[in-house]
Ligand binder design. Sequence first.
Ligand SMILES: [Zn+2]
Length: 489
Amino acid sequence: MDRSRHLLSLMAVSVLLASCGGSTEESTTATSTAPPAAMAATPSLDEVINAMGMADVDSLTFSGSAWRIRNSFRQTLRASPPWPDRDEITNFVRTIDLNQPASFARGDTFASNLFLDPPVAGTYIQNIPATQTSWGQQLEIWLTPWGFLQGAENNAASISTTMMDGEEYTMISWMSPEGQTAPSGLRYTVNGYVNDDNLVTMIETWVEDAFMGDMHVVGVYSDYESFNGLMVPTVIEQQRGGGGIFGVEVEAAAANPADLVALMDYTPPAGGGGGGGAAPTDITQMIADGVYLVTAGYQSMAVEFSDHIVVLESGQSEARGEQILAEVKAAVPGKPIRYVVNSHPHSDHTAGLIPFVREGATIVTHANNVDFLEMALSTPRTLLGEESMNPQFMGIEGVGVLEDDTMRIDLHSVPNLHTDGMLVPVLPQQGIMFQADFTLPVAGAQANPFVVTLANYVADNDVQFEQYIAVHAAATPQTRADLLATIGE
Ligand SMILES: [Zn+2]
């Protein structure tokens, strides 16, 4: 158990609760750590705004190079931070109109993926128009030093002192307006930490996240330089889930750019239309005695043991998880779901775990994933207006086995480049492998290195099965022979 992580989340919770109470308790912090006599007085908001060169700033633009976490948050090789794999964004330019508020950023990037396909050149766009009022989007503005101070002016900020890493900081706190609240009705809290030079070095807020609960989002700002009086951190990093997910190295910046309208001009590409057909009604089939496949979405399996059920994979969203749960209960009535097996920790393979955790099922996952998933699923869910959860885990290394007199599931840890926390279930009696993301190539195409890894694992370890069933449904039935054909066997 990682002690520092628990301290961090405890701190996050106490700050959140203190701010939710209306009248703040922050003075407790200030009085209990009386500053030494030589210490400078706590600055006013105006003094911080002046030190930041912000007194007459309505908008700003900055440019340089940026990076973002490869693939995206919670799609990393390793579940727990740090996440060193990054995609570079060159020619990065971001412009913020503080009065709207609105923000627009653009850059050139190369999208890589976790299947080691060749990177594809693309454009990075982050567009937060004035009409966008969701906190999850707007926090990208409030989390910048300039947006933060604008928010502090607009929202009756409170100022106190606080300790962080053994040093004293001025803490400026404010809450979102009455009309801008979380699903629970709680207002959002934003805290900024100001150093001795009255520069904003860290800003944090919390936003509801269906998986992460009250998700802590942090902006870290260092190496300030003056650009014609505007103070700009030349190193910027945003953190979620305890690790960096986006950063900028600033090379140029300007306040009140004359070409503000042109800098912010952006027409989003037309939407894709979407809209599927009617939802199929009969989505669960028995594919072997006591083995049920739930289709029409990320596929899932229910495996019936003598006095309980094991569910393999829980769907790509909380709603899909609910649907799978209901399907499993209807297919195998009267038995508890004791285990839910998670193939790997990526966001689209874990979102559906939530209904199963509430149901009391133990999450069976690769041991490498336990720390991160436990942190995420144990985080309070106050912004969502939901009860906290108490997730239970079984961490697997090597080959794990779930079995009783009637049924057996082997859980193979397969080391690979897509994730370091992958389990591939095999039902030896029924001859079924149920895998996530090891998608076979279309006829004639080269298999990606990730599929080759599994094929080699199966060949080297003589793993026997007939049917090769995918979480991402294949158009036609596939077999062990199809998998081995990718390595010429
Ligand atoms: Zn994946």
